[in-house]
Design a protein around this ligand. Structure first.
Ligand code: TYD
Length: 136
């Protein structure tokens, strides 16, 4: 799938003097039903995550606290996104190599996914990914 399918999605934000509230409905605000939620936290300075693609998994990545960058690569082009607010997120379609870095201290990365965990859905070798994406 092309990189242009991946985009920042703004979420509803209910502002309130008592504190703001944001919500996400699978199939409504994001283009898939949510089967799993996982999150990255306590990421040490200088660490990076990701460096793989998924064959069929759809993901929506939200920065719940702090900030970090996501580099997406469809085999032909790359694009870097900076996430630093909890009221928007990045939709990542299948067959997209991703690399997460520049984690601030205290950053929390929450990921909503279309399927439960399945190691067989991962492509962890970049050359294999480029082949599968038709980019070689
Ligand atoms: P991985 O997806 O490779 O992490 P990242 O892309 O953030 O670097 O997952 C790291 C480990 O955690 C790997 O051994 C698989 C395991 N894991 C699960 O068991 N369930 C999950 O939902 C996820 C995302 C990972």
């Amino acid at each position: 799938m092309p990189l242009t399918d991946c985009k920042i999605i703004d979420l509803p934000k209910i502002t309130d003097v008592r504190g703001n509230l944001t919500f996400v409905e699978g199939g409504n605000h994001i283009p898939f039903d949510i089967k799993r939620v996982y999150y990255l936290y306590d990421v040490p300075g200088g660490a990076d995550r990701g460096e793989h693609a998924h064959k069929a998994l759809h993901q929506f990545i939200i920065c719940m606290s702090g900030s970090f960058d996501i580099l997406l690569d469809d085999g032909f082009a790359t694009k870097r996104f900076h996430l630093n607010r909890s009221y928007y997120g990045l939709y990542v379609c299948p067959m997209m190599w991703r690399y997460l870095d520049n984690f601030s201290s205290g950053a929390v990365c929450m990921v909503l996914t279309s399927e439960v965990y399945d190691e067989a859905d991962y492509i962890r070798d970049y050359d294999e990914f480029k082949n599968a994406a038709g980019a070689v």
